[in-house]
Design a protein around this ligand. Structure first.
Ligand code: AMP
Length: 249
């Protein structure tokens, strides 16, 4: 079986994002970028399935503008067998990403598509569900365990009500939650060898997908700064402060 893993290039989670002065977008100029953390987890799970002999090939897919190739190289260094790059400078909304992925799924015929549960830049959490809808495939979102068995997958999801266990038919779309696994780091030799692995390039036009935006962003603003909290020694002090400083009692 082949697994397709969608990996997005996002602002490194350790970097504090800055909004452009005109409020049109997050400023990514000269900002350290990284693989979306949930996508690293999705990729790690695909690699583990391959190591267990359940999967024959892991194909990483990434879409976007300049720099996306570096993210794919990182995925190849981590162990993906080949990469597919969809190059575009347009903003890609989840529906456009899902349509592009559906097109690649039709070409590649994977038994499983793994994605992150959400991209930490737009926090949409929509692409996996839209992809499953477009394909008419079974889906399991926010997987914290994944067991692939004869033609099916058993997926554990941690919900507010407890552990939910789903059995879905393959082919399927599964999105990764934080606790699914702990991703590996790429070794230096693997980073060097990644450039020799196959990397295919497409554009949305070549794939016949219209990526025009359907949503209009009015303005992006940084959240207002929170005042630092204080730790009080006793309940009496809290009551005193509420009465005499905050004057709410
Ligand atoms: P989202 O719906 O935007 O929160 O993204 C959910 C998941 O879809 C991500 O974790 C990725 O696995 C995948 N995805 C979204 N955008 C892209 C992209 N531009 N390239 C590759 N994968 C993407």
């Amino acid at each position: 079986m082949k697994v397709l893993v969608a990996v997005k290039r996002v602002v490194d989670p350790a970097v504090r994002p800055r909004v452009r002065a005109d409020g049109s977008a997050v400023d990514t100029a000269n900002v350290k970028m990284a693989l979306n953390p949930f996508d690293e987890i999705a990729l790690e799970e695909a690699l583990r399935l391959k190591e267990r002999g359940v999967v024959r090939e892991v194909v990483a897919v990434s879409m976007g503008g300049a720099g996306v190739r570096d993210s794919l190289l990182q995925a190849l260094a981590l162990g993906a067998d080949r990469g597919i790059l969809v190059e575009t400078d347009s903003v890609l909304e989840p529906l456009a990403v899902a349509k592009l992925l559906a097109k690649l799924v039709a070409r590649e015929a994977p038994g499983l598509v793994l994605l992150g549960k959400q991209a930490i830049d737009d926090d949409c959490g929509q692409t996996p569900q839209m992809l499953a809808g477009l394909l008419g495939w079974a889906q399991a979102t926010n997987a914290s365990e994944l067991h692939v068995e004869e033609g099916t997958a058993r997926v554990v999801r941690e919900t507010d009500a407890g552990r939910e266990i789903l059995r879905i038919k393959l082919p399927a779309v599964v999105s990764a939650d934080l606790r699914l696994n702990q991703p590996r780091l790429a070794s230096l030799p693997a980073i060097m060898k990644a450039r020799q692995k196959p990397l295919e390039r497409h554009t949305p036009e070549q794939l016949g997908i219209d990526t025009r935006q359907r949503l209009q962003l009015d303005r992006l603003a940084e959240p207002s700064l929170k005042r630092a909290g204080v730790k009080l020694a006793s309940m009496a002090e809290l009551v005193d402060r509420l009465r005499n400083e905050a004057k709410v009692l």
